[in-house]
Design a protein around this ligand. Sequence first.
Ligand code: ATP
Length: 471
Amino acid sequence: MSTEVKLEDIVSLAKRRGFIYQGSDVYGGLSGTWDYGPLGVALKRNIMNLWWQTFVENRDDMYGVDAAILMNQKVWQASGHTKTFTDPMVECGNCSNKFRADKIDISKCPSCGKENTFRPPVDFNLMFNTQIGASWGSIETPDGQHWAGELTAVENKTGEEKAKVPITEGDSYNGTMMFEKTGRVYLRPETAQGIFTNYKNVLDSFYPDLPFGIAQQGKAFRNEISPRDFVFRSREFEQMEIEYFVHKDNWQEEFKKWEEDIEKFLEALGLPENSYEAVDVPAEDRAHYSEKTLDYEFKFPHGKDELLGLAYRTDFDLKNIDENSGKSMEYRVKGTNETFIPHVIEPSFGVERALMAVLTSAYRTDELNGEQRIYLALPEHLAPVKYAVSPLLKNKPELVEKAREVYQMLKKKYGAVMWDDNGNIGKRYRRQDEIGTPHCVVIDFETLENNTVTVRDRDTTEQKRIVLEEI
Ligand code: ATP
């Protein structure tokens, strides 16, 4: 039975059963950060592995990379992120809470409820920046701003370098000061740039035919104005991105193929066809580099929202790198003198949003023996635990011994197998249902006689006796 899921249901199950906890929970949390528990990390890895197998291992036109998170700041200048990677921010004049102007009705503050209190929107850059190398603490400038990080040069009012002064904690300076910013680095706000900057390396090492793609999975960071809706909008999250390099004349044809591949992948995640829609993003809402973007919007518990994006990024990024790095990003067609800068199609997935869509699609309730049952109908290849093994009674050593043997056997075969002898069988089933374990194996006295076990199916709750070797 399908169920209309509320966000609280998912959040509560995720915490109760060890999928996802608030980041830094023990100290009161840190907004926009989340920690994955034992089952959450397993589910997340299963999603990421499925993506990697589908888009990298099972294809012969794809190359994987794992670039550093910290990159030369020129990357973000050339890509336009330092100038344009912004969201419009509004602040309520009454309660001082800040919001993304394009996500709320600005006639009324969603926090304090007062009307017409918002100041005009300002562009807020979402990149976290920090300093690389040794740091001597922070000092306050006369305009009240705090500067932190390595301070190697102090300039006087005319901009002339005055001295190289190490600033130590507690030092205070008066007067107008400017600090050398050469050590600035950003926590990457997307994994894509780590792909573009390796395009030439991959080209030189493998000399692939066009079209080909480079794929990367990894952390991305955005200083979201208001992180919300559980892991949906986090400040630290993971992306799975591909830059697919094509000849500019073929981009439409290749774009179409990506639409088909994305649909197949969403099916493998267990998302029903009617749970999402590809929305053509109008020009004024597209990112600065894109000439066509499809946002795949999924019916999340908080409403329809972006799950992933498919964008035609033209030759924007490679051309910028070509111009700013002084290194040619041209592709030479084998056996000819034809050279050009390839165009790019980018399918960009967020792991947290995929995980939320998977949990939303899998969440079910029904009635069992007059009681409500909650279960996750996860596709077997995503389930954190494939089999749970229990002795019928945990105070019968002969059953426990046999069950341990079965547990070891299945663990060798399937890896993700859980030993569960807590509480009575009914409670164990309920617990395993909630974490989406497809099969529960119970060892009873009959097992000792004929080597058969009971295997219970999560979705139908049907129990079958099966010869052990046939599992
Ligand atoms: P939104 O409009 O929701 O802020 P976006 O259009 O800025 O998202 P992209 O820049 O296209 O997002 O990023 C690609 C993918 O990365 C998104 O489709 C999403 O799955 C994921 N993503 C982006 N920002 C976040 C975030 N703050 N938390 C979790 N996932 C995110």
